[in-house]
Write a protein that binds this ligand. Structure first.
Ligand code: XMP
Length: 326
Protein backbone atom coordinates (compact mmCIF):
# COMPACT_ATOMS: atom_id res chain seq x y z
CA UNK A 1 0.00 0.00 0.00
CA UNK A 2 1.36 3.42 -0.97
CA UNK A 3 1.09 5.58 2.14
CA UNK A 4 0.78 8.69 -0.03
CA UNK A 5 -2.43 7.51 -1.67
CA UNK A 6 -5.74 8.15 0.00
CA UNK A 7 -7.51 4.78 0.40
CA UNK A 8 -10.70 4.56 -1.67
CA UNK A 9 -12.73 3.69 1.43
CA UNK A 10 -11.39 6.56 3.57
CA UNK A 11 -14.41 8.47 4.92
CA UNK A 12 -14.72 12.19 4.31
CA UNK A 13 -14.09 14.14 7.54
CA UNK A 14 -17.05 16.48 7.69
CA UNK A 15 -18.32 16.42 11.26
CA UNK A 16 -16.72 17.09 14.63
CA UNK A 17 -17.43 13.43 15.51
CA UNK A 18 -15.49 11.91 12.64
CA UNK A 19 -12.78 14.55 13.13
CA UNK A 20 -12.48 13.28 16.72
CA UNK A 21 -12.02 9.74 15.42
CA UNK A 22 -9.29 10.95 13.04
CA UNK A 23 -7.59 12.83 15.89
CA UNK A 24 -7.63 9.77 18.16
CA UNK A 25 -6.08 7.54 15.48
CA UNK A 26 -3.45 10.19 14.66
CA UNK A 27 -2.48 10.64 18.31
CA UNK A 28 -1.74 6.91 18.47
CA UNK A 29 0.15 6.94 15.17
CA UNK A 30 2.17 10.06 16.08
CA UNK A 31 3.18 8.64 19.46
CA UNK A 32 4.23 5.40 17.77
CA UNK A 33 6.31 7.24 15.17
CA UNK A 34 7.94 9.79 17.46
CA UNK A 35 8.40 7.73 20.63
CA UNK A 36 10.53 9.85 22.98
CA UNK A 37 12.05 11.82 20.08
CA UNK A 38 12.00 15.56 19.53
CA UNK A 39 10.02 17.26 16.77
CA UNK A 40 10.48 20.62 15.09
CA UNK A 41 7.74 22.56 13.26
CA UNK A 42 7.78 25.84 11.33
CA UNK A 43 4.51 27.38 12.51
CA UNK A 44 3.35 30.15 10.19
CA UNK A 45 -0.11 30.47 11.71
CA UNK A 46 -1.78 29.31 8.48
CA UNK A 47 -4.44 26.63 8.77
CA UNK A 48 -2.26 23.63 7.94
CA UNK A 49 0.71 24.31 10.20
CA UNK A 50 -1.61 25.40 13.03
CA UNK A 51 -3.56 22.15 12.88
CA UNK A 52 -0.32 20.13 12.82
CA UNK A 53 0.92 22.08 15.86
CA UNK A 54 -2.30 21.50 17.79
CA UNK A 55 -2.25 17.77 16.98
CA UNK A 56 1.40 17.38 17.96
CA UNK A 57 1.03 19.27 21.24
CA UNK A 58 -1.73 16.83 22.14
CA UNK A 59 0.35 13.84 21.02
CA UNK A 60 3.81 14.60 22.37
CA UNK A 61 3.54 17.84 24.41
CA UNK A 62 6.92 19.38 25.17
CA UNK A 63 8.76 17.07 22.77
CA UNK A 64 7.51 19.49 20.10
CA UNK A 65 9.24 22.80 19.43
CA UNK A 66 7.38 25.24 17.17
CA UNK A 67 9.31 28.05 15.52
CA UNK A 68 7.34 31.08 14.37
CA UNK A 69 9.33 33.39 12.13
CA UNK A 70 7.83 36.87 11.88
CA UNK A 71 9.26 38.12 8.60
CA UNK A 72 7.68 41.53 9.03
CA UNK A 73 5.26 40.78 6.20
CA UNK A 74 2.50 39.25 8.32
CA UNK A 75 -0.98 40.70 8.55
CA UNK A 76 -1.85 42.92 11.49
CA UNK A 77 -2.14 40.94 14.73
CA UNK A 78 -1.29 37.60 13.16
CA UNK A 79 2.02 36.83 14.87
CA UNK A 80 0.60 37.99 18.19
CA UNK A 81 -2.30 35.56 17.73
CA UNK A 82 0.05 32.64 16.97
CA UNK A 83 1.97 33.32 20.20
CA UNK A 84 -1.20 33.80 22.21
CA UNK A 85 -2.97 30.68 20.96
CA UNK A 86 -0.06 28.27 21.04
CA UNK A 87 1.94 29.46 24.04
CA UNK A 88 -0.84 30.56 26.32
CA UNK A 89 -3.81 28.39 25.36
CA UNK A 90 -2.08 25.20 24.19
CA UNK A 91 1.00 25.49 26.43
CA UNK A 92 3.24 24.71 23.45
CA UNK A 93 6.96 25.13 23.39
CA UNK A 94 7.16 28.04 20.92
CA UNK A 95 10.19 29.98 19.75
CA UNK A 96 9.15 33.38 18.40
CA UNK A 97 11.68 34.99 16.10
CA UNK A 98 11.22 38.66 15.25
CA UNK A 99 13.16 38.82 12.00
CA UNK A 100 11.36 41.82 10.48
CA UNK A 101 14.42 44.08 10.31
CA UNK A 102 16.48 41.33 8.75
CA UNK A 103 13.96 40.61 5.99
CA UNK A 104 13.20 44.26 5.27
CA UNK A 105 16.93 45.01 5.13
CA UNK A 106 17.50 42.29 2.51
CA UNK A 107 14.52 43.48 0.51
CA UNK A 108 15.56 47.12 0.44
CA UNK A 109 15.54 48.49 -3.11
CA UNK A 110 14.50 45.14 -4.66
CA UNK A 111 11.58 45.62 -7.05
CA UNK A 112 11.46 42.45 -9.16
CA UNK A 113 8.63 40.20 -7.85
CA UNK A 114 10.44 36.90 -8.36
CA UNK A 115 13.59 38.30 -6.77
CA UNK A 116 11.52 39.45 -3.79
CA UNK A 117 10.02 35.94 -3.47
CA UNK A 118 13.49 34.36 -3.63
CA UNK A 119 14.87 36.64 -0.95
CA UNK A 120 11.91 36.03 1.37
CA UNK A 121 11.96 32.24 0.83
CA UNK A 122 15.75 31.99 1.13
CA UNK A 123 15.92 34.15 4.24
CA UNK A 124 13.09 32.19 5.81
CA UNK A 125 14.94 28.91 5.49
CA UNK A 126 18.15 30.50 6.86
CA UNK A 127 16.38 31.87 9.94
CA UNK A 128 14.66 28.52 10.49
CA UNK A 129 17.95 26.66 10.10
CA UNK A 130 19.67 28.95 12.63
CA UNK A 131 16.92 28.28 15.17
CA UNK A 132 17.03 24.53 14.47
CA UNK A 133 20.80 24.47 15.09
CA UNK A 134 20.29 26.01 18.55
CA UNK A 135 18.12 23.04 19.54
CA UNK A 136 19.57 19.71 20.55
CA UNK A 137 18.49 16.23 19.62
CA UNK A 138 15.84 17.03 17.02
CA UNK A 139 14.99 13.87 15.10
CA UNK A 140 11.77 14.81 13.34
CA UNK A 141 10.50 17.63 11.16
CA UNK A 142 6.73 18.13 11.11
CA UNK A 143 5.07 19.64 8.06
CA UNK A 144 1.57 20.74 7.17
CA UNK A 145 1.56 18.88 3.86
CA UNK A 146 -2.01 18.20 2.73
CA UNK A 147 -3.36 15.87 0.02
CA UNK A 148 -3.50 18.48 -2.79
CA UNK A 149 0.23 19.14 -2.16
CA UNK A 150 0.90 15.44 -2.72
CA UNK A 151 -1.24 15.25 -5.85
CA UNK A 152 -0.24 18.56 -7.42
CA UNK A 153 3.36 19.01 -6.54
CA UNK A 154 4.99 15.72 -5.70
CA UNK A 155 4.58 16.18 -1.99
CA UNK A 156 6.27 19.57 -1.89
CA UNK A 157 4.09 22.13 -0.25
CA UNK A 158 2.84 24.25 -3.12
CA UNK A 159 4.05 27.82 -3.44
CA UNK A 160 6.34 27.75 -0.44
CA UNK A 161 9.15 29.36 -2.39
CA UNK A 162 11.74 27.96 -0.03
CA UNK A 163 14.60 25.64 -0.71
CA UNK A 164 15.21 22.73 1.66
CA UNK A 165 17.34 22.54 4.77
CA UNK A 166 21.00 21.63 4.20
CA UNK A 167 22.05 17.98 3.89
CA UNK A 168 23.33 17.68 7.46
CA UNK A 169 19.86 18.57 8.72
CA UNK A 170 17.80 15.79 7.24
CA UNK A 171 15.09 14.85 9.71
CA UNK A 172 12.43 12.17 9.52
CA UNK A 173 9.22 13.80 8.29
CA UNK A 174 6.01 13.88 10.31
CA UNK A 175 3.03 14.71 8.09
CA UNK A 176 -0.24 13.88 9.86
CA UNK A 177 -2.47 15.77 7.37
CA UNK A 178 -1.04 14.40 4.16
CA UNK A 179 -4.17 12.48 3.18
CA UNK A 180 -6.62 15.27 4.01
CA UNK A 181 -8.30 17.87 1.84
CA UNK A 182 -8.39 21.48 3.00
CA UNK A 183 -12.01 21.41 4.17
CA UNK A 184 -11.21 18.34 6.28
CA UNK A 185 -8.19 20.07 7.82
CA UNK A 186 -10.51 22.90 8.89
CA UNK A 187 -12.93 20.49 10.59
CA UNK A 188 -10.04 18.80 12.40
CA UNK A 189 -8.77 22.25 13.49
CA UNK A 190 -12.19 23.13 14.91
CA UNK A 191 -12.36 19.79 16.74
CA UNK A 192 -8.93 20.50 18.25
CA UNK A 193 -10.23 23.79 19.65
CA UNK A 194 -8.39 26.23 17.40
CA UNK A 195 -10.08 29.66 17.14
CA UNK A 196 -12.62 30.07 14.37
CA UNK A 197 -10.72 32.82 12.54
CA UNK A 198 -7.59 30.66 12.47
CA UNK A 199 -9.43 27.60 11.18
CA UNK A 200 -11.30 29.52 8.49
CA UNK A 201 -8.39 31.70 7.52
CA UNK A 202 -8.22 32.68 3.85
CA UNK A 203 -5.14 31.59 1.89
CA UNK A 204 -2.15 33.84 2.55
CA UNK A 205 0.91 33.67 0.30
CA UNK A 206 4.25 32.65 1.83
CA UNK A 207 5.82 36.03 0.91
CA UNK A 208 2.91 37.64 2.77
CA UNK A 209 2.21 41.34 2.38
CA UNK A 210 5.54 41.60 0.53
CA UNK A 211 3.85 40.85 -2.83
CA UNK A 212 1.06 43.32 -2.05
CA UNK A 213 3.45 46.21 -1.46
CA UNK A 214 4.25 46.60 -5.13
CA UNK A 215 7.84 47.12 -6.28
CA UNK A 216 10.57 47.92 -3.78
CA UNK A 217 9.10 47.59 -0.28
CA UNK A 218 9.26 50.61 2.00
CA UNK A 219 8.21 50.53 5.64
CA UNK A 220 5.64 53.30 5.28
CA UNK A 221 3.96 51.72 2.26
CA UNK A 222 4.05 48.29 3.92
CA UNK A 223 2.27 49.84 6.90
CA UNK A 224 -0.39 51.20 4.51
CA UNK A 225 -0.90 47.66 3.12
CA UNK A 226 -1.15 46.20 6.64
CA UNK A 227 -3.54 48.84 8.00
CA UNK A 228 -5.81 48.82 4.93
CA UNK A 229 -5.88 45.00 4.98
CA UNK A 230 -6.95 45.10 8.64
CA UNK A 231 -9.80 47.51 7.82
CA UNK A 232 -10.88 45.32 4.90
CA UNK A 233 -10.94 42.20 7.09
CA UNK A 234 -12.90 44.02 9.79
CA UNK A 235 -15.52 45.27 7.32
CA UNK A 236 -15.80 41.91 5.56
CA UNK A 237 -16.42 40.23 8.91
CA UNK A 238 -19.00 42.88 9.85
CA UNK A 239 -20.82 42.26 6.54
CA UNK A 240 -20.66 38.45 6.81
CA UNK A 241 -18.40 38.25 3.77
CA UNK A 242 -15.42 36.69 5.54
CA UNK A 243 -16.88 33.21 5.23
CA UNK A 244 -18.27 33.77 1.73
CA UNK A 245 -15.40 35.29 -0.25
CA UNK A 246 -12.42 33.03 -0.98
CA UNK A 247 -9.64 35.62 -0.83
CA UNK A 248 -9.68 39.37 -0.20
CA UNK A 249 -6.86 41.79 0.38
CA UNK A 250 -5.46 45.21 -0.38
CA UNK A 251 -2.55 46.25 -2.57
CA UNK A 252 -0.55 49.47 -2.44
CA UNK A 253 1.23 50.31 -5.72
CA UNK A 254 4.43 52.32 -5.89
CA UNK A 255 2.96 55.46 -7.42
CA UNK A 256 1.03 58.38 -6.07
CA UNK A 257 -1.79 60.59 -7.32
CA UNK A 258 -3.07 64.05 -6.55
CA UNK A 259 -5.85 64.63 -4.06
CA UNK A 260 -7.18 67.20 -1.60
CA UNK A 261 -7.14 66.64 2.14
CA UNK A 262 -8.06 69.19 4.83
CA UNK A 263 -8.27 71.88 2.17
CA UNK A 264 -4.71 71.19 1.02
CA UNK A 265 -3.30 69.42 -2.02
CA UNK A 266 -2.09 65.90 -1.27
CA UNK A 267 0.09 63.58 -3.28
CA UNK A 268 -0.41 60.09 -1.89
CA UNK A 269 -0.83 56.38 -2.72
CA UNK A 270 -3.99 54.63 -3.82
CA UNK A 271 -5.17 51.43 -2.08
CA UNK A 272 -6.50 48.74 -4.42
CA UNK A 273 -9.08 46.34 -3.01
CA UNK A 274 -9.27 42.80 -4.41
CA UNK A 275 -11.91 40.18 -3.53
CA UNK A 276 -12.16 36.98 -5.54
CA UNK A 277 -13.84 33.60 -5.58
CA UNK A 278 -12.32 30.45 -6.96
CA UNK A 279 -12.26 26.70 -6.53
CA UNK A 280 -8.65 25.91 -7.35
CA UNK A 281 -6.99 29.36 -7.78
CA UNK A 282 -6.39 28.59 -11.48
CA UNK A 283 -9.29 30.84 -12.49
CA UNK A 284 -11.14 33.36 -10.34
CA UNK A 285 -14.16 35.63 -10.50
CA UNK A 286 -14.60 38.96 -8.76
CA UNK A 287 -17.03 39.31 -5.85
CA UNK A 288 -19.77 41.86 -6.45
CA UNK A 289 -19.46 44.02 -3.34
CA UNK A 290 -22.38 46.06 -2.00
CA UNK A 291 -22.02 49.74 -2.92
CA UNK A 292 -22.51 50.78 0.71
CA UNK A 293 -19.56 48.59 1.74
CA UNK A 294 -17.35 50.09 -0.97
CA UNK A 295 -18.22 53.55 0.30
CA UNK A 296 -17.47 52.59 3.89
CA UNK A 297 -14.15 51.06 2.85
CA UNK A 298 -13.21 54.18 0.89
CA UNK A 299 -14.12 56.49 3.77
CA UNK A 300 -12.31 54.42 6.39
CA UNK A 301 -9.17 53.69 4.39
CA UNK A 302 -8.66 57.28 3.21
CA UNK A 303 -9.19 58.68 6.69
CA UNK A 304 -7.48 56.00 8.83
CA UNK A 305 -4.53 54.89 6.72
CA UNK A 306 -1.57 57.24 6.59
CA UNK A 307 -0.41 58.32 3.13
CA UNK A 308 -3.49 57.19 1.20
CA UNK A 309 -5.89 59.46 -0.72
CA UNK A 310 -7.72 57.11 -3.11
CA UNK A 311 -9.39 53.67 -3.06
CA UNK A 312 -9.89 51.52 -6.18
CA UNK A 313 -11.68 48.20 -6.72
CA UNK A 314 -10.03 45.67 -9.01
CA UNK A 315 -12.72 44.28 -11.35
CA UNK A 316 -10.50 41.90 -13.29
CA UNK A 317 -11.09 38.14 -13.27
CA UNK A 318 -8.33 35.51 -13.61
CA UNK A 319 -7.52 35.25 -16.47
CA UNK A 320 -6.48 37.76 -17.68
CA UNK A 321 -5.22 39.05 -14.33
CA UNK A 322 -3.69 36.85 -11.64
CA UNK A 323 -5.14 36.97 -8.13
CA UNK A 324 -2.08 38.68 -6.64
CA UNK A 325 -0.63 41.79 -8.26
CA UNK A 326 2.92 40.48 -8.35
P1 XMP B 1 -2.07 34.02 -8.50
O1 XMP B 1 -1.63 35.40 -8.14
O2 XMP B 1 -0.99 33.19 -9.15
O3 XMP B 1 -2.38 33.30 -7.11
O4 XMP B 1 -3.35 33.99 -9.29
C1 XMP B 1 -3.00 32.05 -6.93
C2 XMP B 1 -2.98 31.73 -5.45
O5 XMP B 1 -1.65 31.49 -5.03
C3 XMP B 1 -1.29 32.43 -4.01
N1 XMP B 1 0.10 32.84 -4.26
C4 XMP B 1 1.15 32.44 -3.52
N2 XMP B 1 1.21 31.64 -2.44
N3 XMP B 1 3.56 31.95 -2.40
C5 XMP B 1 2.45 31.42 -1.87
O6 XMP B 1 2.53 30.70 -0.86
C6 XMP B 1 3.57 32.76 -3.49
O7 XMP B 1 4.62 33.23 -3.95
C7 XMP B 1 2.29 33.01 -4.09
N4 XMP B 1 1.90 33.74 -5.16
C8 XMP B 1 0.56 33.62 -5.25
C9 XMP B 1 -2.25 33.58 -4.14
O8 XMP B 1 -2.42 34.28 -2.91
C10 XMP B 1 -3.51 32.86 -4.57
O9 XMP B 1 -4.17 32.29 -3.48
Amino acid sequence: MNENVRPADMKRINTIENAQAFIESQLTALRAQIGSGKVLLALSGGVDSSVVAALLVKAVGQQLTCVHVNHGLMRKGESEQVVDVFRRRFGANLVYVDAADRFLGKLEGVSDPEQKRKIIGGEFIRVFEEEARKLEGIGFLAQGTIYPDIIESDGVKAHHNVGGLPDDMRFELVEPLKLLYKDEVRVVGAALGLPDDMVNRQPFPGPGLGVRCIGAITRDRLEAVRESDAILREEFAAHGLDKKVWQYFTVVPDFRSTGVKDGKRSFEWPVIVRAVNTVDAMTATVEQLPWELMQTLTARITSEVKGVNRVLYDLTPKPCATIEWE
